[in-house]
Ligand binder design. Structure first.
Ligand SMILES: [Zn+2]
Length: 569
């Protein structure tokens, strides 16, 4: 024992002697010095240290308090963490954050769980609005989820007509893949018995052939054209609120997906005014070949911008959503609808053409595909594009990859595809998986299999499908409990907390081509980190959803401080 002690002592001495002079040269005059913390670096050595020095927005050094003591000077801001836990800033690679915030700024009706539990709650809210609204004005809402309504069915135009007093009404489903319009709204959009389904969309009809009011996927576009316009400054205001809400929950980078030109302008203007507290990757939309041609002709591509605001991947949709029962699957169909194999938005030839245009112009691709038939269509196209352009490290992404069977996982691995997975879906909308049968539930959002099969998964809330707070997703990845049934869905796919955090840190950085500057706390990387209220590596799993962020730093600057700001709900 004695000999062992002396060897350890000698090694410690050598390490201190060798390390300190090197550090002393490089680590000085820090802007900020964190001490007395429990700093989980998420680096490849899984180091946990007590001190971190920051200068010019980047991490200067990490180590023990005494080793880093010399990094400070008289001007250094000292932060005594009093033992609190620090993590790298979290990364959400799939949000519709600006779109979500605009629903708040427009004061749309919140038709979502837990505000609403029955269709009558929604019709009552509509009735209340009509009391103060001038005749003919729109009533718009979002967030309804038939699986969480007492009636367990879609809302119909007749439901809405009953209290809307002639006002046009349109309510978006929480999935984003469906909406319901009342009779006045259908009339304004010229949707009648005779209107044909657009490619990739469904206008639902009742037994007599009349529209029910339900519009799925691209059919929602028929209403979009007649909805009331927004005030011109809504996007810049929304971008500001997005960054505040993200900072509150510990997100230091988000990817905002499938955004419009107005929304991109909003982010740019907010950035120019210094309003963006966090970092954003903007993913422009490709909804048609013409969109792909325009994007390719612009002469900019993925990565253009700076460390606050840049272009991410170009986004397309292959199929629909589970909530709207429009994901593209192989037989058998949805339970109770054996012929329903979902919708595909693109023919294989058109998809490949659009992918080739965008990737040829330097865009990373990300394509929404939930059903395995849709995933296969996307993988066929990705394989052809990678080969044709001889791409070395394209990191093409499959967004959601909901039904990820062993067969599609093998193909994803072989093509080095990144999965933009959604751990919180298992909790919030796990009941939707069950409409697709137990075999598909088994392969729904399979985080453990991805790790075992060497597929890199990053994580996204898909806000407003689930809340922006990433702790729901971190918790759900560990626990996999479905909200409605209370069941653990595919328990073999649960992952330990360290791996759940990896999805929201290192893997998020990788998905965005930013692993050189984000995702772990290491010297040289951006000083994006959060202080949280408990040691997440050592709490009961069920507490992970309750984690609160105390302080958020982006580039070494405090952008949210719970003690001085309004608490998050
Ligand atoms: Zn989405």
């Amino acid at each position: 024992m004695k000999r062992q002690h002396s060897v350890v002592g000698l090694l410690t001495l050598v390490a201190t002697v060798c390390f300190t002079p090197v550090l002393a040269q490089t680590c000085k005059d820090a802007d900020l010095l964190l001490r007395n913390g429990h700093i989980i670096t998420m680096d490849s050595a899984k180091r946990i240290v007590s001190s971190m020095a920051v200068r010019d927005g980047r991490i200067l050094a990490l180590g023990d308090d005494d080793v880093l003591a010399g990094c400070g000077s008289s001007r250094t801001q000292m932060l005594d963490l009093q033992g609190q836990t620090v993590l790298p800033g979290l990364i959400d690679v799939h949000t519709h954050a600006i779109e979500w915030v605009k629903t708040l700024l427009r004061d749309e009706i919140d038709a979502g769980y837990p505000t609403v539990h029955a269709i009558s709650d929604i019709t009552q809210a509509i009735g209340n609005r009509t009391a103060t609204l001038p005749q003919g004005q729109w009533i718009v809402g979002s967030g309804w989820d038939d699986s969480k309504l007492a009636e367990h069915r879609y809302i119909t135009r007749q439901d809405l007509d009953s209290t809307s007093a002639g006002h046009p009404v349109y309510l978006k489903h929480v999935s984003g893949h469906m909406g319901v319009a009342n009779s006045a709204a259908l009339k304004l959009a010229n949707i009648t018995k005779a209107t044909q389904d657009p490619q990739g969309g469904v206008i639902e009809h009742d037994a007599s052939g009349e529209p029910t009011g339900i519009l799925k996927d691209t059919a929602m576009g028929l209403i979009a054209g007649v909805l009331p316009g927004d005030p011109p400054d809504i996007d810049v205001r929304a971008a500001r609120v997005v960054s505040e809400k993200a900072a509150e929950v510990g997100l230091t980078t988000i990817h905002d997906i499938y955004i419009s030109p107005e929304e991109m302008r909003g982010y740019q203007d907010a950035h120019r005014r210094g309003w963006l507290k966090i970092r954003v990757q903007m993913s422009p939309r490709i909804g048609s070949i013409a969109d792909a041609e325009k994007l390719a002709a612009m002469g900019v591509h993925t990565g253009f911008g700076d460390d606050v605001l840049k272009f991410g991947a170009a986004k397309m949709f292959a199929d629909g959503g589970m909530g709207a029962r429009t994901i593209a699957i192989y037989p058998p169909g949805v339970i109770g609808e054996p012929d329903n194999l979902g919708v595909l938005r693109w023919t294989p030839t058109e998809m490949q053409k659009a992918h080739l245009l965008a990737a040829g112009a330097g865009w990373q691709l990300e394509t929404h595909a939930i059903g395995d038939r849709a995933i296969d269509e996307v993988l066929d196209s990705y394989a052809a594009v990678i080969k044709q352009l001889a791409l070395k490290d394209p990191r093409f992404r499959i967004v959601h990859a909901g039904i990820s069977t062993p067969a599609v996982q093998k193909r994803m691995h072989d093509l080095n595809v990144v999965v933009d997975g959604n751990p919180p879906f298992v909790y919030w909308i796990g009941s939707w998986f069950q409409k697709y049968g137990p075999e598909r539930v088994r392969w729904s959002y399979p985080a453990k299999s991805y790790i075992e099969n060497g597929i890199i998964e990053a994580a996204g809330s898909d806000v407003s499908v689930t809340p922006i707070n990433p702790w729901w997703g971190i918790w759900a990845a560990v626990v996999r409990r479905d909200l409605k049934s209370g069941q653990i869905l595919a328990p073999e796919e649960r992952i330990p907390i360290e791996q759940a955090l990896t999805l929201y840190t290192r893997n998020g950085a990788y998905a965005g081509f930013e692993e050189d500057r984000k995702g772990a706390l290491e010297p040289g990387k951006l000083a994006d980190f959060i202080v949280i209220d408990r040691d997440v590596l050592n709490v009961p799993a069920d507490e992970l959803k309750d984690v609160r962020v105390l302080q958020t730093f982006v580039g070494g600057r405090s952008v949210y401080d719970r003690l001085s700001d309004r608490p998050v709900q």
